[in-house]
Design a protein around this ligand. Structure first.
Ligand SMILES: Nc1ncnc2c1ncn2[C@@H]1O[C@H](COP(=O)(O)OP(=O)(O)OP(=O)(O)O)[C@@H](O)[C@H]1O
Length: 265
């Protein structure tokens, strides 16, 4: 449904991603993992057309994304970035309503249908009691849910989430991961997210894309791609891996950095 062919992306004269090929299928939950600076966010931005590639193409439902109208892309693809900076005095309801904008004509006012969709999104993210609360008065986890509600309200086919659990405590992290799975299962929204927490990526994703230095090193089901060698190659750490009995997916136990080993030997 969204794919990249021979993608080359960079900033000014710095090439970040090169020769990248990727195909995301409808209904998948995909996590992109890899070390800091390897190009994960750059890839998400390219998939949403926020960044224009230096060469290569991104296709949305078989059509070149660069040829599509911005409004059509906004109806189908939603990118939730790490740095959400809506004014803190907006209420949850006002913030969520912004998700309707791609579906509206210029100067078209809020309809009953919009109100129903806003309420539906707020309810499905468990925020009903905060509907009239300014987002500045929410906890980090609640605010993150409000942004997810805004994305739901947009009714996208594909939701791109850039480090959605950053700054959240473990309880909110799990809550958010469970919400992501629920959204995927209930509303058939395809999810592509960047995660740093490897065990959450393994547990909650159908597929992992492992990146290093702007390249995809491995791509497949967690059980097929997670192994000690790939973790060592990508993160320069030693680890143990066992099976999480609950999810039947690989669980990674970091031991030490390779650099630390060199220092003592
Ligand atoms: N707007 C920009 N202008 C110039 N360089 C940039 C810009 N945005 C990102 N970069 C550089 O591109 C490289 C990849 O950044 P990107 O944010 O895609 O990595 P990432 O894998 O998402 O990293 P992290 O895990 O730290 O969030 C980094 O070296 C970064 O400094």
């Amino acid at each position: 449904m969204i794919s990249a062919s021979n993608l080359k992306v960079g900033y000014e004269d710095k090439v970040i991603i090169e020769n990248l090929n990727l195909e995301i299928n409808k209904g998948e939950v995909v996590s992109i993992i890899g070390p800091n600076g390897c190009g994960k966010s750059t890839l998400l931005k390219s998939l949403s057309r926020m960044i224009k590639p230096l060469s290569g193409e991104v296709f949305l439902e078989g059509k070149r994304i660069k040829d599509l109208k911005g409004k059509l892309i906004a109806q189908k693809v939603c990118l939730l970035s790490q740095h959400n900076n809506a004014p803190m005095d907006l209420t949850v309801e006002e913030l969520v309503y912004f998700g309707r904008i791609p579906h509206k004509k210029w100067f078209e006012t809020k309809t009953n249908n919009d109100k129903e969709i806003v309420d539906w999104a707020i309810e499905n993210t468990g925020l009903s009691k905060y509907k009239n609360t300014p987002i500045g008065a929410l906890s980090g986890g609640e605010r993150q849910r409000a942004y997810i509600a805004q994305a739901l309200c947009q009714k996208p086919d594909i939701l791109l989430l850039d480090e959605p659990t950053t700054y959240l405590d473990i309880s909110y992290q799990l809550e958010l991961m469970e919400l992501v799975r629920e959204i995927n299962e209930k509303f058939k929204i395809t999810i592509v997210m960047v995660l740093h927490e490897l065990n959450q990526a393994s547990k909650y994703s159908d597929r992992l894309i492992i990146m290093k230095d702007g390249q995809i090193i491995s791509d497949g089901r967690p059980n097929d791609v997670v192994n000690k060698d790939v973790i060592k190659k990508v993160y320069k750490i030693e680890c143990d891996i066992d099976n999480d009995p609950q999810s039947n997916k690989p669980r990674i136990h970091p031991i030490k950095t390779i650099k630390a080993q060199r220092l003592v030997s």
